[in-house]
Design a protein around this ligand. Structure first.
Ligand SMILES: NC(=O)c1ccc[n+]([C@@H]2O[C@H](COP(=O)([O-])OP(=O)(O)OC[C@H]3O[C@@H](n4cnc5c(N)ncnc54)[C@H](OP(=O)(O)O)[C@@H]3O)[C@@H](O)[C@H]2O)c1
Length: 320
């Protein structure tokens, strides 16, 4: 049986994405085959498609290459020794950073990469969570965000940002988050004091903070360093500009680190439970059919997505 995937055929604009056929795999020992319902779309997918970053450099001789690190769906076949049953609803952060593969109707993955999706959590929500949620969690851990601290999160309305705001607020921090005027109500609903980045210099709008979670990088990240108290902590998440932001932060007497998210089934499971219990909400801004992935990449590249974007596979349409 064959199925469809969306692949990067050459590095370049979104039009370099094209459907391709693959054969349904036989799972090896410890692996399951997931019939994917939804796959998450993340900025790294578009950067890699454009030929930027480490994953692109490592995969330049492996095109066509199927992007996608977030999947949610149902187990349809199990290799030897697997504990997950056929029919289990699962989600995971797969193939990061070099293998990818999520933009696909079926994925063959180690069962240890997957979490069970609790009853009451939709597969679309579960697909929106892994990469963005774990990045948010790990950025707050790296910054040591704790109760009573003042934390500034840049890009609080985005995929990572709207989760980071909620997790920081749940830790008892006083959270400030930047966004455009249109997103102020959304960011405030997530638990932050929303700061319009176009309404004036950030350091004139907010008193100094203990921690900066920089989800923008580049000039925006550099300019926000003046908002941090002397000796305060900066975690800058976009990898391409991390070195420049850290260097500048350290020259200003701050502590600073970049980061690369590391898949954690434990964190994914904990956040799925939070979703089920209503302690976390995920905003899915738009869902695109797999064969409209070009539009999804155009949207993520706008840099102004509110929450998350998903690709929907035919299996989800059948379920609906
Ligand atoms: N190092 C890692 O392991 C890692 C992991 C995940 C993500 N990342 C990187 O982290 C960054 C954030 O990822 P993401 O998924 O959250 O991106 P995203 O969802 O595409 O972020 C979009 C958001 O950025 C906001 N934004 C745009 N310009 C802004 C500005 N000048 N100031 C404040 N907010 C602004 C937009 O809000 P408005 O529409 O209101 O402007 C929008 O909501 C990306 O560069 C991504 O590649 C790195």
């Amino acid at each position: 049986m064959t199925y469809q995937q969306l692949a990067i055929t050459e590095f370049g604009p979104p039009s370099m994405l094209a459907l391709q056929c693959a054969n349904l795999p036989e799972p090896q020992a410890g692996e399951v085959v997931v019939k994917v319902h939804f796959a998450g779309v993340n900025p790294i997918d578009a950067k890699t498609r454009a030929g930027l970053g480490w994953a692109a450099q490592q995969n330049r001789d492996k095109l066509p290459w199927v992007p996608g690190y977030d999947i949610a769906g149902e187990v349809v076949a199990c290799g030897e020794g697997c504990e997950l049953p056929v029919g289990a609803r699962v989600a995971g952060f797969i193939g990061f950073p070099l293998q990818g593969g999520g933009y696909s109707e079926y994925c063959q993955v180690p069962e240890t990469a997957l979490s069970l999706v609790p009853k009451g959590v939709e597969l679309a929500q579960a697909a929106a969570l892994p990469l963005a949620g774990q990045t948010a969690w790990q950025a707050l851990d790296k910054a040591g965000v704790m109760a009573g601290q003042r934390v500034l999160i840049l890009a609080g309305a985005g995929g990572v940002g709207h989760i980071a705001v909620q997790l920081a607020a749940a830790r008892g921090a006083e959270v400030f988050a930047t966004c455009s005027a249109d997103n102020k109500a959304f960011v405030a609903a997530m638990g932050a004091q929303a700061v319009d980045y176009r309404a004036g210099a950030l350091d004139s709008q907010i008193a100094p903070v203990d921690c900066l979670i920089d989800l923008m990088g580049g000039d925006v990240g550099l300019q926000a360093l003046t908002c941090v108290k002397p000796g305060g902590m900066v975690v800058t998440v976009p990898t391409i500009t991390a070195e420049a932001v850290c260097e500048k932060a350290i020259s200003l007497g701050l502590q600073a680190e970049g980061m690369l998210v590391s898949p954690s089934v434990a964190q994914n499971g904990a956040m799925l439970t939070m979703l089920a219990e209503g302690q976390l909400v995920l905003k899915v801004a738009a869902v695109f059919p797999l064969d409209d992935g070009i539009a999804a990449h155009e949207q993520i590249e706008s840099g102004h997505t509110q929450g998350k974007l998903l690709l929907m596979m035919p299996a989800a349409a059948v379920e609906a």
